[in-house]
Design a protein around this ligand. Structure first.
Ligand code: DC
Length: 222
């Protein structure tokens, strides 16, 4: 059987993980799995059912009613929450913040990680998140940790919003990103940390092409 190519990409919010992972998926003709979308879907369920995200027991009790499914349409990941396609809905900033909260709870993580590991058994993929190299795909062929200066990450997000015609406040975005970093890095279970065998790439002064090129070199050296 042909060896699977698994690429794990971790890093903080706004480091460019999804953009880079999508490019790599195209180049290598493999699947892209955005694990943040799974935590976002859990958060969306809780928000839509007025469940207090700060109350672990309430979130964990409701978890049984959360059914998440990933489907690919024209090579694009669609995420279904209880049969509803929530791919767009989960991109709201409040859902991202909520995802950062619910992802701190162990039963939530266990449920998501099990699904992610199951997916990776069958097919080559590039998977991005916060704990892919450290917990989900510990045997990944290539592990990358993407980072960038917080103000640069905030500026990227700010530009994205302006391009979409939305208003944005750069300092507020930077603050929100810093809070999310802190929560993701300081939780008890599977906090965001660079895996020992991951290659660190600081993308602060790199273009998307530069990053893709650097990762391709790393892959080809393995
Ligand atoms: O990558 P993202 O912004 O869509 O992720 C949303 C939140 O989900 C992030 O702040 C932390 C959590 N998350 C996680 O804990 N583990 C993952 N593998 C992916 C995301």
């Amino acid at each position: 059987m042909k060896e699977l190519l698994t690429i794990a990409i971790d890093g903080p919010a706004g480091a460019g993980k999804s953009t880079i992972a999508k490019r790599l998926a195209k180049e290598y003709e493999i699947v892209y799995v955005d694990t943040g979308a799974m935590y976002r879907s859990v958060a969306l369920y809780m928000l839509e059912h007025q469940i207090d995200l700060d109350k672990e027991k309430a979130v964990v009790d409701a978890l049984n009613h959360v059914d998440i499914r990933i489907v690919y349409k024209d090579e694009v990941q669609h995420i279904y929450l209880n049969e509803e396609d929530v791919t767009q809905k989960i991109r709201q900033q409040s859902v991202g913040e909520g995802a950062s909260k619910v992802s701190a709870y162990l039963p939530v993580r266990k449920k998501m990680v099990m699904m992610q590991q199951e997916m990776a058994k069958k097919t080559s993929m590039v998977m991005d998140g916060r704990d892919i190299g450290t917990h989900v795909l510990t045997d990944a062929k290539v592990k990358i940790f993407l980072s960038a200066d917080v103000m640069i990450r905030a500026k990227r997000r700010y530009n994205e919003l302006l391009e979409k015609g939305e208003s944005a406040d750069l300092n507020a975005i930077a603050e929100e990103i810093s809070e999310r970093d802190y929560r993701d890095m300081n939780r008890d279970h599977a906090p965001l940390v660079q895996a020992k065998d991951a290659q660190l790439l600081d993308t602060s002064n790199m273009s998307i092409d530069d990053v893709v090129c650097a990762i391709k070199k790393i892959i080809e050296m393995r």
